[in-house]
Write a protein that binds this ligand. Structure first.
Ligand code: GDP
Length: 326
């Protein structure tokens, strides 16, 4: 490890405060970089920090734009830091990687929480593939843990495959829904409900009766979907804006977490996540190497044209290209 990276690490592991926050931001920028020399430094840093990570509750939060994620996370985060927790919030925003635009990243979100010294908030890295953005976030999570954050919230929007990515890096995955009927059915169709450990009907203050109906609907939907933790599938209604129901939410999270700990389910989930992540990165890395092979690049356009024109079976073209990549 380079001398300045050793200093960075010392700051990360040092006392909480402005120096540590700066070090955190710097370390995360390093691991978001695609430059090979930065990547090598990031790898060394991560390997050194890994034994210090793993101690946080990793909470995934998803929901459509406008459902109230930032309002909810801010209210929850402020309550948690008041209880002495150290909260980090990381975002995965697929729109920032597709278009450069951002659903989650604007600076006005969670203003009170981001101005609080005791919290650390990092918007989604822009650019790159979802896989790349998710990789950076997953690594940032480890760095936040090593720096002593005991609650790491990973936020995403209900777009693309980002929920699967977030569910694949957290201990508990929370889905936020609106009280009006129909929305929950959409989520069921997309298969996201199956990922949820907890479903929260937000904005219950707008229409308490509708929220209660939505809660019943989602509860029965979860029953036939067969959630991951049968005993733990919980549906709550709350108002992030008014702050009502937040204490019940945190109680439900704590109950679930205690059960996961006691049964060994949490450790099993993390082990499976780590292995799945390794295979995911191997797949992405192999694809990258394949794409870079000169022989492949040379032969590719003609073979693609043949396949598209129906003159060559796709499997034959694929095999030829794979042979060229050997
Ligand atoms: P996000 O896009 O999911 O992050 O949603 P925001 O947190 O930005 O919230 C979208 C809008 O819904 C904002 O105007 C919030 O003030 C409002 N909102 C969020 N939570 C509640 C709630 O519990 N009740 C009501 N009435 N409005 C809420």
């Amino acid at each position: 490890m380079q001398a300045d990276d050793a200093a960075l690490m010392a700051q990360l592991l040092g006392p909480a405060g402005p120096a540590q926050r700066r070090a955190l931001a710097k370390a995360i920028t390093l691991l978001e970089s695609t430059r090979p020399d930065h990547r090598a430094r990031a790898d060394a840093l991560l390997a050194a920090l890994l034994p210090r990570s793993g101690h946080a509750l990793r909470l995934g939060i998803s929901g459509a734009p406008g459902v109230g994620k930032s309002t909810f996370i801010e209210a929850l985060g402020l309550a948690l830091i008041d209880q002495g927790h150290r909260v980090a919030v990381l975002a995965i925003d697929p729109s920032s990687s597709l278009s450069g635009g951002s659903i989650l990243g604007d600076k006005t979100r969670m203003e009170r929480l981001s101005n609080d010294e005791r919290a650390f908030i990092r918007p989604s890295p822009a650019g790159g593939t979802l896989g790349g953005v998710a990789e950076a976030t997953r690594e940032a999570l480890l760095v936040c843990e090593a720096a002593g954050h005991d609650i790491v919230i990973v936020e995403t929007v209900g777009v693309g495959q980002s929920e699967t990515a977030v569910a694949g890096m957290t201990d508990l995955f929370v889905l936020l829904q609106l009280p009006n009927a129909g929305d929950e059915l959409q989520a069921i169709k997309k298969g996201v409900m199956e990922l949820a450990d907890l479903v929260v009907i937000n904005k219950a203050d707008l229409d308490e009766a509708a929220a209660t109906r939505a809660r019943a609907q989602v509860t029965s939907a979860l029953r036939w979907l067969g959630p991951r933790d049968q005993a733990g599938a919980a549906v709550l209604q709350l108002s992030a804006l008014k702050g009502t129901g937040l204490a019940e939410f945190w109680q439900a999270v704590s109950d679930l977490r205690n059960r996961q700990h006691a049964s060994g389910a949490q450790a099993a989930r993390r082990h499976a996540q780590d292995e799945a992540w390794m295979w995911e990165r191997i797949g992405a890395g192999l694809r990258q190497r394949f794409d870079r092979r000169p022989a492949v690049r040379q032969a590719l356009p003609a073979l693609v044209a043949e396949v598209r024109a129906g003159r060559l079976p796709a499997t034959v073209a694929a095999r030829r290209l794979l042979d060229l990549a050997e």
